[in-house]
Design a protein around this ligand. Sequence first.
Ligand code: XIL
Length: 346
Amino acid sequence: TSTLKEAFDGKFLLGTALHVDHTNGLRAASSSLVEKQYNSIVAENCMKPEEIHPSEGVYNFTEADQFVEYGEKHNMFIVGHTLVWHSQVPDWFFINAEGKECSREELIERMKDHIYTVVGRYKGRVDAWDVVNEAIDDKEGLRKSKWYNIIGEDFIDLAFQFAHEADPNAELYYNDYSMILPHRRAEAVRLVKRLLDKGIRVDGIGMQAHYGVDYVKIPEFEKSITDFADLGVKVMLTELDISVLPFPTEEISAEISQKYAKSPEFDPYPENLPDSMQVKLAQNYVDLFKVLIKHQDKISRVTFWGVNDAHTWRNNWPIEGRTDHPLLFDRNNQPKEAYHAVLELA
Ligand code: XIL
């Protein structure tokens, strides 16, 4: 009879990404599930630069305001996502009045205005921010994003500094994916250590945790948690989901079309998830949660990227238009076997 947030109370926070339809009444059933099950929320899209700051000097706070009010109303730990990212950021950030690429100084000024305005608006209300998202390159070093190319690697330092100035009490996180891959883990350690050594405030490292069944090597998962915690910062799973669908190679993804997306090979469970896969998914969640519980002194929060299978972004990534089943609740907000299995561990 207990719920996720009750079961894990005293261990870590349990969170979910919230879509604007959860706060505007369109997903009422799933919102009431959120209120029962979770004590933390993160904004799925409404605080990203393309939504909140679509053109220069134009801010659209309507949905973000609703998101924050919702979290306050339900006494939740509220996470803002995300201030500086290469994706879902409008082009205008990088182009100056002459139509040319911004100088370093111009881009720093824009970043500062953005962070001061957004973080400043929710000062004392949003508990924590994913300050920089996905700055690590898939091959080596840092991602050669516009932020990196125009400002240099200290775009990261500046982002954290501005966020801290805008709300000195907010927790500030570095967030990235595939944090269990050795080279990406090492790069994250290097990055955060460099900031901490400079005296810059960093409170935690977010491991996005967009996984697939039987993908995670548990010793690698565990090593990332302990290596990150050794830096003296909090560790959290920030965007947890476990896809049950085949993960295509980049070549296949690139050429994939509806014809593939709807094929039994790439979209094998267009109706319900068969029992055998329910069991497999549950086992995958159990394997992760056993490690999380073992390291509960290091883990501050576990947040799922979405509430139920109907609206998960995994239905559209890495291939569009499939039927995935990655979360603990099915398309009718009913708890799946994985839900019960996770709850039993607590
Ligand atoms: C995703 C959202 O879930 C989608 O609705 C949107 O279309 C694209 O972005 N890593 C992140 C998240 O940090 O912000 C992304 O969210 C998923 C990958």
